[in-house]
Design a protein around this ligand. Sequence first.
Ligand code: PLP
Length: 404
Amino acid sequence: MIFLDSAATTPVRREVLEAMWPLLTGDFGNPSSHHELGESAKRALDAARTSVAASLGCRASDVVFTSGGTESDNLAIKGLALAEPRGRHIVTSAIEHEAVLESVDYLARIHDFEVTVLPVDAQGLINLDQARDALRPDTTLCTVMYANNEIGAVQPIAALAELCRAHGVPLHTDAVQAAGWLSLDVAGLGIDALSLSGHKLGAPKGIGVLMVKGRRSLEPVLHGGGQERGKRSGTENVAGAVGFAHALALAETDRAERAVRIAQLRDDFVADVLARVPAAIFTGPALAGAQAGADSHARADGDASARTPTPTRLPNNASFCFPGTSGESLLLELGRAGVICSAGSACAVGSDDVSHVLTAIGIDEAIAQTAVRFSLSGDTTAEQLATVAAEIETAYRAVRSLSQ
Ligand code: PLP
């Protein structure tokens, strides 16, 4: 099997499992218990929080452990928007994950928020001038994802943070796909809140983090025993938190080297696929931007049009449309050949809907149905990618011959 679906999920790393094991067995206490077992669990949780804070460049008290990316997005958006007295207006982008779009929609439906949705260009990038125009005195929150899960578009998040700061608007970013590939230095990026998910990083499913700057008030979504400083009630997933902290630290250790190496493999793979299937359309940001470096965002000083950042793309994302086929049929053919990838995004349960991301970048609905996403991991090899490119050609021919 060749697994090219890391944007959907990743296996738990051995070191992560080993770090978690004691907390699941002998050292299994509840951090709220006032006995040695409970206090030991609390120490492990505190150490995990400190470690995550070191990886993100924030305070330990800014780290809230959650059940994953979806909960982090919900807590950030509902929690910040409802706690902010400025008004009832939210700014977001057209290509957010459903966890963001549905949370924003909830605020609009139930709490009468007004929503401005920033469009994206053909590469999937927002425009900073449009973002500036969207910010209003009653804007309570701007939420724009760091990197897109389907087409790998990386937004100019540091520049957007400066704009938001100048307007006094908190900025939340969904960094679920960025983790392990892009800088998560929240102080350097200037963001107020950031969502992460463990299972995209080599930690288990069911653990995540919301980093939210302590000065920001946050209305809790889960009410109960007041854990996580009242921001997220519920007995803490101690082993998950320890695993998350380990996975994040490991992902950060060799991130820059991995990003460059995998971007190069990805670029060669894309060239190979386009040579074998000339009709294929490579979707999302052009590759030259990705090679320019993942952390190379312009800052938000001066004229916005002059500082539009270099188009950039996640190093591990290669997404295509194959006109004249169907993404699902290609997925089946590739699956038979032992290649695991995704038709668009695996984040919505059994969804047959046309991708809102692909339509937002101007791809025709019929073409969008032919999308296939390949997402590499740090362990992906050139040999695997050469095999996959050949299998794509075979699968493409097979599906085309059936549909003619
Ligand atoms: N945000 C993005 C960009 C994602 O890609 C995903 C999942 O794929 C999520 C949020 C949801 O994360 P989780 O699966 O941990 O709930």
